[in-house]
Design a protein around this ligand. Structure first.
Ligand SMILES: *Cc1c(COP(=O)(O)O)cnc(C)c1O
Length: 407
């Protein structure tokens, strides 16, 4: 064996741009920390722990006197690259990555509440988020109220009481209800509440909740951030004080850590997220326009269509309508199943934000955990299907839907 060092030398830092770079440049470069080998791509540090040059250095690292990675439940170099890059794209002070969207949702909320606190949330929510707020938090003495997303008077009434956290999902999954982030944030701050936005459906490319007044943004990175159907992951973004005083003390001890391997995939995914989300959203608009003229359809829910009840608000707070379309068929669940089974390109799958177009029947899959009454309140009837539009050529997707309707 040769003892060549392959040019290994202590990592060097070239001068950084002295101007504000565009978020797309950040998407490719923010957070990049090269090792002494000078590798082009971000390195995968698949390690649970780190070593110290001396017992003194270990001691000082644990008291934060020395800047040193300690353990991958707390932080990891590859995870840190992903967190810094996503924070730069979002325009947030700080980001913490987690193992799934649900661990992000739970930790973002649980780190803030104690028994006796009150949480207000938008009524249309992903079913697991609904279960956390309406079933788990009450077991620990945290009360809640759900508000119809686009009813300003209902928000004003709910937020006239002391409230610890306001949790909103906009657009909502699966029927794309829109909540006015700026309006709700103002009301929430007046009663001292922290506003958390589940920004999964829009992504950081199309909607910036922190700029609209929210305090915290959370993601399932499983969706548009990975966007290629490979890994589960999540992320929480917010101010330095929220992250360091509230969130980190909670997640470091409870351990919803992301694996370095998954963070490595995601740091590369962020490089192409803008292109992917914009293309998916353009495809989705074309498909929504095609669908609204089909006789088999009762209604199309898509924030980018003027027929959406909150189209104007959606276009104020989002750059485009997003990748997901809610469809209510004129018919029953049998007709919904028949349509899904006749498709030749669009896959039957309950994920979303994927490069592959996917269709699901929320009442029997993603939202089946909710009671029929709660489903009805969210507008999830047996004839509703949700289409997550991917990156295939839009003409083929429309041809696929066309042949499925005709069969
Ligand atoms: C998927 C999803 C989640 C949960 O994310 P996981 O990565 O599956 O844990 C939460 N909220 C919304 C709106 C989602 O679509």
């Amino acid at each position: 064996m040769s003892d060549k060092s392959w040019g290994y030398q202590p990592p060097h830092d070239r001068p950084k741009p002295d101007w504000d770079v565009d978020p797309q440049t950040d998407a490719v470069r923010a957070g990049l920390a090269r090792s002494g080998f000078g590798e082009t791509s971000e390195a995968l540090y698949l390690t649970s722990g780190f070593t110290y040059s001396s017992a003194e250095e270990a001691r000082d690292s644990f008291t934060d006197e020395v800047d040193h990675f300690l353990y991958s439940r707390f932080h990891n170099p590859t995870v840190a690259m992903f967190e810094k890059r996503l924070a730069a794209i979002e325009g947030a002070e700080f980001c913490v990555a987690t193992s799934s969207g649900m661990s992000a949702m739970f930790a973002s909320l649980a780190c803030l509440v104690s028994a006796g606190d009150h949480v207000v949330a938008s009524a249309s929510m992903f079913s697991s988020c609904h279960v956390v707020i309406t079933e788990f938090l009450p077991k620990w003495g945290v009360t809640y109220e759900l508000v119809k997303g686009n009813d300003p008077q209902a928000w004003a009434k709910a937020l006239s009481k002391p409230t610890k956290v306001v949790f909103i999902e906009t657009p909502s999954n699966p029927l794309l209800d829109i909540v006015d982030i700026a309006m709700v944030s103002k009301l929430a701050h007046a009663v001292g509440a922290t506003v958390i936005v589940d920004n999964i459906m829009a992504s950081a490319i199309l909607q910036k909740p922190l700029q609209l007044g929210a305090d915290v943004v959370m993601y399932s990175a499983t969706k548009h951030i990975d966007g290629q159907g490979r890994v589960l992951a999540g992320a929480i973004l917010g101010s330095f004080s929220y992250i360091h005083e509230q969130l980190l003390p909670f997640v470091r001890q409870t351990g919803p850590s992301i694996s370095a391997f998954n963070a490595w995939l995601l740091v590369k995914s962020l490089e192409t997220m803008d292109m992917r989300v914009n293309r998916m959203s353009d495809n989705a608009l074309a498909i929504a326009q095609y669908l609204q003229n089909r006789p088999e359809i009762k209604s199309v829910r898509y924030p980018g269509l003027p027929s959406h009840p909150d189209h104007a608000l959606a276009m104020r707070q989002m750059k485009k309508g997003g990748s997901t379309i809610g469809i209510e068929l004129a018919g029953t669940s049998k007709d919904a199943f028949k349509l899904m089974n006749a498709l030749r390109i669009i896959d039957i799958s309950n994920n979303l934000g994927d490069s592959k177009s996917l269709i699901t029947h929320p009442a029997s899959t993603t939202h089946r955990r909710l009671s029929p009454e709660v489903q009805a309140e969210m507008g999830i009837t047996p004839s509703v299907v949700r289409v997550s539009v991917g990156l295939e050529h839009v003409d083929d997707l429309i041809k696929d839907l066309d042949q499925a309707f005709k069969s």
